[in-house]
Write a new protein. Structure first.
Lengths: 111, 110
């Protein structure tokens, strides 16, 4: 099992460009999450999906959209990147008992 | 206002020393989790505590959930360089599945 995988590992964008961060899990979990991690701010929830076909906003959803493509995949899209979106992005999936498994992260720099 | 306050923010100790880090809140939680994150990687779950007053041990790590389920501590005995990392506490809150504290960054020097 690969667990939770994320692509790309690194990305540099110019302000205004768009991109999609991909996440996939092979653990058959219903729930999936997107977080951003910034120095001094900890992990903050952007969006989550409790099950296939549903998505909900987290603490910091502005500037992002998500798609739960199927049970395995949950993507995060930045339509018009801003320097404030420079961060490390983590995807996670969750067991029924509440344990979250995280991917290795995507490091995004917006110039 | 941060829902989960972790202290200290940074801790640098010598190998072999003991240490305790804290996770405090004014809210009551149904459960609380501790994660460790190493540089360049995602967080990894260490433990989940559910019952007030509960103590769980994981080798040299001892986790305690406060009697009122508002706070938790992590004690490491005889710290080793392999314990270096960011320690995060997290708990479900309202409609948010999991809220994280800002973490304690531990450095254990050989």
């Amino acid at each position: 099992n690969a667990g939770v995988t994320q692509t790309p590992k690194f990305q540099v964008l110019k302000t205004g460009q768009s991109m999609t961060l991909q996440c996939a899990q092979d653990m058959n979990h219903n729930s999936m999450y997107w977080y951003r991690q910034d120095p001094g701010m900890g992990l903050r929830l952007i969006y989550y999906s409790a099950s296939e076909g549903t998505t909900d906003k987290g603490e910091v959803p502005n500037g992002y959209n998500v798609s739960r493509l199927n049970k395995r995949e949950f993507s995060l899209r930045l339509e018009s990147a801003a320097p404030s979106q420079t961060s490390v992005y983590f995807c996670a999936s969750q067991t029924g008992s509440g344990t979250q498994y995280f991917g290795p992260g995507t490091r995004l720099l917006v110039l | 206002t941060q829902l989960l306050e972790q202290s200290p923010q940074f801790l640098s100790i010598q190998e072999g020393e003991n240490l305790t880090v804290y996770c405090n809140s004014s809210s009551v939680f149904s459960s609380l989790q501790w994660y460790r994150q190493e540089p360049g990687e995602g967080p990894v779950l260490l433990v989940t505590v559910v019952t007030g007053g509960e103590v769980k041990k994981l080798k040299r790590l001892t986790f305690q959930f406060g009697d009122a389920r508002k706070d938790s501590s992590l004690h490491i005995t005889a710290a080793q360089p392999g314990d270096t990392g960011l320690y995060l506490c997290a708990a479900p809150s309202g409609n948010t599945p999991l809220v994280f504290g800002k973490g304690t960054r531990l450095s254990v020097i050989a």
